[in-house]
Design a protein around this ligand. Structure first.
Ligand SMILES: C[S@@+](CC[C@H](N)C(=O)[O-])C[C@H]1O[C@@H](n2cnc3c(N)ncnc32)[C@H](O)[C@@H]1O
Length: 351
């Protein structure tokens, strides 16, 4: 696509991103504004497939190149690449970079999808997993939409909920709990069997894929980048298994691969990527598998982005991320929303 109306749509997308990123990613806000006013960046993004024609695709492509070439002049504005990042306007440098690296950038936006594996979501998830473990015993976890498999290692991270610290290890996840107080678990839940399923798993031994994962983290967000890098190091030692496959079609086989333990399927910010009808089919596939055995589904998903998921009235349509626990047991179905929180797990409002 290269038409002038298409180009205008991309410029609008970049302008819209200024507001989205202003608070937590000032560099991207400035770049989005600067690049929305000329063609160098927008005409590159216009080559992305329609579903990826979003500002973060262009910024991930730019950062992907800069991570490999930190001596590029534009890198001087990136807080993760420069010792003393420049604070003046980066627009001219960004336009020059986009012009000179146009072919590389077009190839990237055409072929790659923004990809994240946000371990901050493990903080809300372990609260639910601990409750499931208390009730049904040790856990066998299938993480659907597992990406690099980092959320399969929730029992290896350290959690800080206010004054309470649970677990130990080099990766600390901080989550502020709001709303109704709960009795926090004394330890992390025990996961005795684990496997991931993703239509495009990240190969932990593939430097190029890891660079893309890091390129998708916004440069201003040092905390996210640092904990991601620490989790990736851990994962390279632990090697969580993530099978390539579809969330619906390959669910039964992946569940069948789990070993001992109460089977728990986890999903976090995955079901919004499925077409609406496939979301319904995903839940049907869970219910079918659970026909003759207990199964729990712990999800951290957006009700607004997945309206087909039959959300309880109080959270239906919510723009927050809902922590939900559904269990099929003895022919019945229990469904409970534990709380709602930040999409990256920085806080959770309970009750
Ligand atoms: C935004 S990432 C979230 C990853 C991880 N759950 C987390 O919380 O960080 C969404 C993941 O879902 C995967 N995905 C999207 N559609 C899928 C499908 N139909 N079947 C399996 N995985 C899918 C993507 O490849 C991607 O890894």
């Amino acid at each position: 696509m290269t038409g002038s109306s298409d180009l205008e749509a991309v410029r609008r997308e970049l302008r819209g991103f200024v507001q989205v990123s202003a608070a937590r990613a000032p560099l991207y806000a400035t770049l989005a504004l600067g690049l929305s006013q000329s063609d160098e960046g927008s005409s590159i993004l216009a080559h992305a497939p329609a579903t990826n024609r979003i500002a973060v695709t262009l910024f991930a492509a730019i950062q992907f190149l800069l991570l490999a070439e930190p001596d590029e002049p534009l890198a001087a504005w990136y807080p993760n690449l420069a010792v003393e990042p420049r604070r003046d306007d980066p627009t001219e440098a960004a336009r020059e970079f986009c012009s000179r690296r146009r072919d590389d950038l077009i190839a990237l936006v055409q072929s790659r999808t923004p990809q994240t594996n946000e371990i901050g979501r493990c903080a809300p998830l372990i609260l639910a997993l601990s409750a499931v473990e208390r009730r049904y015993g040790r856990l066998a976890q299938l993480d659907v939409g597992a990406s690099a498999g980092l959320n399969l290692l929730s029992d290896h991270y350290r959690y800080r909920f206010g004054e309470t610290v649970i677990g130990d290890g080099p990766v600390e996840l901080v989550c502020e709990l709001r709303g109704e107080p709960i009795a926090l678990p004394h330890r992390r839940p025990q996961v005795v069997s684990r496997i991931g399923l993703d239509r495009e798993p990240i190969d932990l031994d593939d430097a190029d894929q890891l660079r893309w994962l890091l390129a998708c983290v916004w440069p201003d967000q040092a905390d996210r980048r640092e904990r991601l890098q620490a989790a990736l190091e851990l994962a390279r030692r632990m090697h969580p298994v993530v099978r390539a496959g579809d969330a619906v079609d390959d669910l039964p086989v992946a569940l069948g691969e789990l070993g001992d333990g109460h089977p728990v399927v986890t999903t976090s910010w995955v079901l919004n990527y499925l077409p609406p009808q496939r979301r319904v089919e995903f839940v049907q596939a869970l219910a079918t598998w659970a026909g003759h055995r207990p199964l729990t589904w712990v999800s951290y998903e957006s009700p607004a982005a997945t309206p087909e998921l039959d959300w309880p009235g109080a959270v239906a349509g919510s723009e927050l991320t809902a922590l939900r626990v559904v269990t099929w047991v003895d022919g019945g179905r229990q469904d409970r929303v534990v709380g709602q929180g930040h999409p990256h797990g920085y806080w959770l409002n309970l009750g």
